[in-house]
Design a protein around this ligand. Structure first.
Ligand code: AFD
Ligand code: MN
Ligand code: MN
Length: 429
């Protein structure tokens, strides 16, 4: 750590916040003393939490209407690693990056691994892109990839996923996330049963190439780019497929991949009990797969999700789940959005740890609805900013990361060496 932003630089900028922080944290500590909470245990849990950054979230995103690249945008995976290191040095909570192939293809994967290690970063799950054609691609994914009617195209998509596993092994990853854009726009276009069957045949092939210590995560999505039907449309479908594939296959919940008003925290609980919750893609949304910054629209939902994850019986497996951000930053500097989102996710986690679970259970048993609801509300309304700032201060990270980041003038400096390429980049997919 501190290869991208030096400790000195951070400590220098922390100085002006030390006084205020001491007072705020005193108050927080005093407040916690009045409850059953062990502050050191909470700190330890937060310190052990790791969130992966999406390589594709580091460049400016866009919508299908256009894209407005930011100043000093990274142009390749090496520059994205550098930007990720800035975030991790300031926040201390995101020590891994999740790459997307072929977007992050390089000539030498050992070099890539070493480069990331230099910044104290590792690689999280790898992602395969079969929802887009590459230049001069011979067999098109226009009508689907792993579920295409043509065996040739299905095989090509399958082989590509196997290639992602090979690349992932070289950079020390331990899993593959599969999201496909396959589906249809018109009733009658696709046979629901046949396409899901094709998916299973392709996935079984991919699964058989998975190393023993790897997992494969199945990401579902109800619509987009297909607007009438998608092949892996919901958590039930994803669960059935994961179950049939075997132990290493798990489900991935992307918060934006639900229809409005879906009770996502209940899906979390169901998948945990079914032993198939493998990972998250955090983001926020107002309407659909908006890929907005985590906690920017509905922080309460995020809190309720963590409240399920931190139930006593679930804590044992809490850190086995792969937590990741999956956002598209169309208007903001991605580094700032990712800092802010990381903080919001940690806020939700910290607040969920304040819920007295035993008390909640007894209130539920007594059918004390107001009591139970209030218990959650008190935790949700507790200001945990000073706790998170304290953790960062103790770890030599930034008390106020956005402030420190702005002082670095980082993107303007990078703009001198990074060309402002007008290449298309993922937007809201
Ligand atoms: C998609 C999915 C998936 C995919 C990403 C690519 O959420 O995780 O890898 O966007 O941009 O919507
Ligand atoms: Mn996703
Ligand atoms: Mn998405």
């Amino acid at each position: 750590m501190f290869e991208a932003v030096t400790k000195n630089r951070i400590e220098e900028n922390n100085k002006s916040f030390l006084d205020e922080q001491a007072r705020d944290y005193d108050y927080f500590q005093e407040k916690l003393l009045r409850t059953n909470n062990d502050i050191n245990l909470i700190k330890k849990k937060i310190n052990n939490f790791n969130l992966a950054l999406p390589s594709w979230g580091l460049g400016t995103g866009g919508t299908r209407f256009g894209r407005f690249p930011g100043i000093g945008d990274p142009n390749n995976i090496f520059q994205k690693i550098e930007d990720s290191a800035v975030i991790n040095d300031l926040m201390g909570a995101t020590n891994s990056v999740s790459p997307h192939f072929p977007w992050d293809n390089v000539d030498d994967y050992k070099e890539l691994k070493d480069y990331a290690n230099k910044f104290d970063l590792k690689f999280d799950l790898v992602n395969s892109n079969t929802f887009q054609d590459q230049t001069n691609q011979e067999h098109s994914y226009k009508f689907g990839s792993l579920t295409n009617n043509s065996k040739k195209i299905r095989d090509k998509a399958t082989e590509f996923n196997i290639e992602c596993i090979r690349k992932g092994k070289l950079i020390g990853s331990k899993g593959l996330t599969v999201w496909i854009g396959d589906g249809g726009n018109y009733p009658g276009q696709q046979n629901f049963s046949k396409s899901l069957n094709n998916y299973m045949v392709s996935m079984k092939d991919i699964y058989s190439n998975l190393p023993d210590d790897w997992k494969i995560l199945l990401e579902y999505k109800p619509y987009e780019p297909a607007f009438y039907s998608t092949v892996v449309n919901d958590w039930g479908t994803s669960y059935i497929c994961a179950k049939e594939l075997g132990q290493k296959a798990m489900c991935l919940i992307d918060l934006g991949h639900h229809l409005p008003n879906t009770n996502i925290e209940m899906i979390v609980s169901r998948l945990i009990d079914l032993k198939k919750l493998g990972g998250f893609h955090f983001n926020d949304s107002q309407y659909g797969d908006d890929d907005l910054d985590s906690g920017s629209i509905n922080p309460h939902q995020l809190f309720l999700i963590f409240n399920e994850l931190t139930e006593e019986k679930n804590m044992e497996n809490f850190n086995k789940i792969n937590y990741m951000i999956d956002q598209s930053h169309n208007l903001t500097d991605p580094i700032e959005s990712l800092i802010q989102s990381t903080n919001e996710i940690l806020v939700a986690y910290a607040k969920s740890l304040l819920v007295d679970k035993a008390k909640l259970e007894s209130l539920q048993n007594d059918n004390d609805i107001i009591g139970a609801s209030n218990l959650l509300k008190v935790a949700f309304n507790t200001d945990v900013y000073s706790l998170l700032k304290q953790i960062r201060l103790e770890n030599h990270n930034a008390i106020n990361p956005i402030f420190t980041y702005r002082k670095l003038n980082y993107k303007n400096e990078k703009a001198k060496e990074r060309k402002n390429l007008k290449t298309p980049s993922p937007g809201i997919i």
